[in-house]
Design a protein around this ligand. Sequence first.
Ligand code: NAG
Ligand code: NAG
Length: 142
Amino acid sequence: MHRLALVSLLLVAAGVAQGSPPSKRFFFAPQCGSASQALTANSSTTIQSPNYPSNYPNNYCYEWNFSCPNQMTLSCPDIQILSLFFCLDDVLEVSGNGERKYLCGNTALNYVVPANGMLFARFRTDWLLTAKGFQCTVSCAA
Ligand SMILES: *[C@@H]1O[C@H](CO)[C@@H](O)[C@H](O)[C@H]1NC(C)=O
Ligand SMILES: *[C@@H]1O[C@H](CO)[C@@H](O)[C@H](O)[C@H]1NC(C)=O
């Protein structure tokens, strides 16, 4: 397809997506895999995009839930998510402390959830373009 035609098509798709509620902010909805884990005090685990540090796949979706009896921190020192449209297409979505984050581009995150809270993260990609992704640590305080 001609590049200009492709861009126009994506702009139309972005317009449609932008009118949707936040939970539906994507072009296409691949089935999401999921995992939930109850972290114990003074423990940590890692989440990452598939293939990290090689590029993540297209049309991918996975979500994680974590609980922790103490303060919980999601630390992502290096996020590289290729989004053409304001984190509508490829995005790492994070919530749990009252502030919902949509992360894309080259960025980093340190996200703190209060004691006895839930941390939710979802990584979703569309059919076009990929990048390195992310590797994050989820820590449940001692
Ligand atoms: C994760 O949390 C979300 C929102 O709190 C919930 O809708 C979803 O069912 C949970 N998923 C799992 C696997 O526990
Ligand atoms: C936390 O874990 C570390 C390493 O496993 C241990 O050395 C430390 O004593 C623990 N702290 C508490 C408060 O349990």
